[in-house]
Each structure stands twice: as C-alpha cells, then as structure tokens.
Design a protein around this ligand. Structure first.
Ligand code: DOR
Ligand code: ZN
Length: 344
C-alpha cells in the first residue's frame, strides 16, 4: 500500500477568502497547502473593478504573511460591467478570470447577471482575449426544483452559450450532477469543471442525517447518490478538463446554525487530505497530481508550479471548530478521522 505521495505543488481553482477578520483567519489555511488560488469576488460590495481587485489582492497578501502564495483575482460580472475594464485588468495581470453569478443564485450574488444573453460585449471580449469565464451554473427560476437547477442550467443556458461562443473558455464551477459532468467531459468546446471535496464525499442525505445539518449546506446543494458517483468518476478519470476547486466558503458558526443558515462549507484546512482520500478509495492515486496540480494551470494557460508537497498515510482528526469569536467556523468533516496527513 502506498504510504506517502509527493506531488507538484497544487492550486485551488475556486476559493472564498472573505475580508477583514475572516480573511485574516482563513487565508493561511489555503496558503499552507496551495501555491495559487482563484479568489472569488463575491464580497460586499463585489469586486468589479481593477482598483478593487488590486486592493483586495494586497489585503490577501498581508493576511498570508510570508507564505509563498499567489492569489489569482477575479472580476464579478454585473449587467452593466464595462468590457474595456475587464480587458485592461486581464492585460495588466490583475484579473485572471471573470465570475458569472446568475443574480440571486447564491451568497452575495444580488448584483449578479440577470440575463446572460445581454452580456454580449463581455462574452465577445473574453472569447477574443482568451480570458476564462467561470460560471456558477444554476438557473434561479424559483419554479425549478432546487435539485434540478444545475441540470436545467446546462441544458437551457450552457448549451446555447457554447454554440454562440465556440472559442469562449469556460469553467463550470463546483459541478454536482451527472448532466454537468457528461457535458464537460464530452463537449466539443474549450470547457472544464472544478469539483469540491463535499460533492465527492457526501450526498444530500447528509443534510438530513438525524436532523437538519446546516454545515452540510452549500450551493449548488448536495445531490442524490447517483450524481455523487458520476461526479466522483469524472474527478478520478484523469480527464484534463477536471480539476481541483474547493469552493471553501467560511461562514461564522452563528450564521450557519440559524433559522436561515448561509450556504457554504469551509473545507480549506484539510482540503488535500479530503480529496486524496477519495482518489485513494477509488484506486486512482496516479491521477491525483493531474487533478490537483496540472489540469487547472494548463487550462488557464499558466505555468505549472515549482516544488512539491507530500501527504503521508496517517490518522488525522478534523477539529470541531477552527478559530474563535467572529471567526469561529465549523470545518468540513468536523470530528471525523481522515486517512492522510499533509506533511508540507
Ligand atoms: O455554498 C456556497 N457558498 N456556494 C456559493 O456559490 C457561494 C458560497 C459563499 O460565498 O458562501
Ligand atoms: Zn464558490
């Protein structure tokens, strides 16, 4: 049995760092395991300008201290955003990608896009300059069952989008369904997907396991077991279109354990251990490095990282809480034991 695994330093292609005290508390967990991360822009107010992204990047660099970590900033798309600002931000190396939230799809998405079809100028620009469009792929139509919103988005929105913009680089973020996995794996299009640890490890039963479980609530919401298995198969397949994106999304414990609990799972502290346990269980250790350290960089057109990290087979207990006071968060898999330890 493999007792230790050394891979090229990995990247997290989807993370929420927040701001202020929470940023200071959580950023170091990602910087400890990953060389770079795509930083989601859904702050209040959202990051919609080059100046805001530069300032946020500086706050992140201050929060991670002397860790060798590069935050890759994203631009939050709104209905009125100026394509020239996006193009200039990309050319200046401030923006790595744009993030499309359908308005009201999730946390801090009220300023998101109400009609993707109306974004013509932005989409044409992204396609022309080769800048990736990162998509939260759920319809927001309240008439659609919440468990179907991703599959309906794939059919209604993503299919037409790929036909209309055949060279537009797309990352379908945090896929959760067999439909999304099949689309990404099979499309004749430059498209890829990120996958979170939670969508690989638990299904929607976890939301109701002996009672209502707010710490298992994220968006897109967990799906039924058949979907988890399809997403898991995609993750370990070795496809260059599939890569690591934790969607680590910390909310202070009181905002989760509430009459209207926030969506988001904080998985950054044990992210690599969690993913690796999945690849190990699937007999797919040889595909782990591609998923964690190569496919994302190649899709984004960025260099692979130098250096390595090592994980060793060992029992690691995930604590019940991380942080105190305003930054007290319950981590993913709290109280459980993982079979791998990050050794640096
Ligand atoms: O569960 C989620 N939390 N999904 C998202 O799309 C946003 C995120 C957050 O920012 O909390
Ligand atoms: Zn997210």
């Amino acid at each position: 049995m493999t007792q230790s695994l050394t891979i090229r330093r990995p990247d997290d292609w989807h993370v929420h760092f927040r701001d202020g005290a929470m940023l200071d508390a959580v950023a170091r967990h990602t910087a400890r395991q990953f060389a770079r991360a795509i930083i989601m822009p859904n702050l209040t107010p959202p990051v919609t300008s080059i100046d805001a992204a530069r300032a946020y990047r500086d706050r992140i660099l201050a929060a991670v201290g002397d860790a060798a970590f590069t935050p890759l900033m994203t631009c939050y798309l709104t209905d009125g955003i100026d394509p020239a600002e996006i193009e200039r931000g990309y050319a200046e190396g401030v923006f790595a990608a744009c993030k499309l939230y359908p308005a009201h799809a999730t946390t801090n998405s009220a300023h998101g896009v109400t009609d993707i079809r109306a974004l013509t100028g932005v989409l044409e620009t992204l396609q022309r300059i080769g800048m990736p469009l990162l998509i939260h792929g759920e319809v927001t139509d309240k008439a659609i069952d919440i468990f179907d919103r991703e599959a309906v988005f794939v059919e209604r929105t993503l299919g037409p989008l790929t036909r209309d913009y055949p060279a537009l680089k797309i990352v379908l973020e945090h896929i959760t369904t067999a439909e999304a996995a099949a689309f990404v794996l099979e499309a004749d299009h430059p498209i890829a997907a990120t996958i979170t640890p939670q969508h690989l490890m638990i299904n929607r039963n976890a939301l109701f396991d002996g009672g209502l479980r707010p710490h298992a609530y994220c968006l897109p919401v967990l799906k039924r077991e058949t979907h988890r298995l399809a997403v898991r198969a995609a993750a370990v397949s070795g496809s260059p279109r599939i890569f690591l994106g934790t969607d680590s999304a910390p909310h202070v414990v009181g905002a989760k354990e509430s009459g209207c609990g926030c969506a988001g799972i904080f998985n950054a502290p044990f992210a690599l251990e969690a993913y690796l346990s999945v690849f190990d269980a699937e007999g797919a250790l040889p595909h782990f490095e591609g998923f964690a350290s190569e496919h994302g960089a190649r899709f984004y057109g960025l260099p692979l990282n130098e250096g390595t990290v090592t994980l060793v087979r060992d029992a690691v207990v995930v604590p019940d809480r991380i942080g105190k006071g305003d930054t007290s968060v319950v981590p993913f898999l709290a109280g459980t034991t993982l079979g791998w330890r990050f050794a640096g």
